[in-house]
Design a protein around this ligand. Structure first.
Ligand code: FES
Length: 163
């Protein structure tokens, strides 16, 4: 069995909550891998006694699931109400310029996946962004631009150690 499938099986079988559903299983895989590969759809279908189509229906309903591996680095910028009020939009603009994208998505060089988020759970620190799953609060557009620019060429958190 390949390593990818093994990680999927571990993720879906080690869910701590008592009720396991298609959605909870997909979330467990997304947490583990950062995306939902087709092998995960097969494993979740088997685990939950569902069809492949049932699992795809749930997965495709939620826009936050991605079906391709993420880029080396993930950047999220919050544009929820608290962040919006204190300058999320200039931060987003600065990040878009720094990564060379016009909207959220993946950079063509595979370096950065950019997403907007409706609340990163740290409203008191608004405006907030997350870089490789580490929160940064009270970010200025300039600080955001510098942090994101520094990511290019660095190994991402999922890279094998020593690279
Ligand atoms: S609204 Fe931005 S962290 Fe909550």
């Amino acid at each position: 069995m390949d390593g990818l499938r093994q990680r999927i099986i571990q993720a879906v079988h080690n869910q701590p909550q008592p009720t396991v559903t298609i959605l909870s299983s997909l979330l467990a895989v997304e947490d583990e891998l950062g995306y939902i590969p087709k092998e995960a759809v097969e494993e979740v279908a088997a685990l939950t006694n569902s069809t492949i189509n049932d699992v795809w229906a749930v997965a495709s309903f939620y826009p936050n699931f991605r079906f391709q591996p993420p880029c080396a680095h993930s950047v999220e910028v919050c544009w929820g109400p608290s962040c919006h009020l204190v300058g999320a939009m200039p931060v987003i603009q600065a990040v878009l310029e720094a990564v060379g994208l016009e909207d959220e998505g993946d950079t063509p060089d595979g370096e950065i996946s950019l997403r907007y988020n409706t609340c990163l759970g740290a409203c008191a620190l608004a405006p907030v962004m997350s870089i490789d799953h580490h929160l940064a609060g009270r970010v200025s557009p300039e600080a955001a631009r510098i942090r994101v620019a520094q990511l290019r060429g660095r190994p991402g958190p999922g890279a094998p150690s020593g690279s």
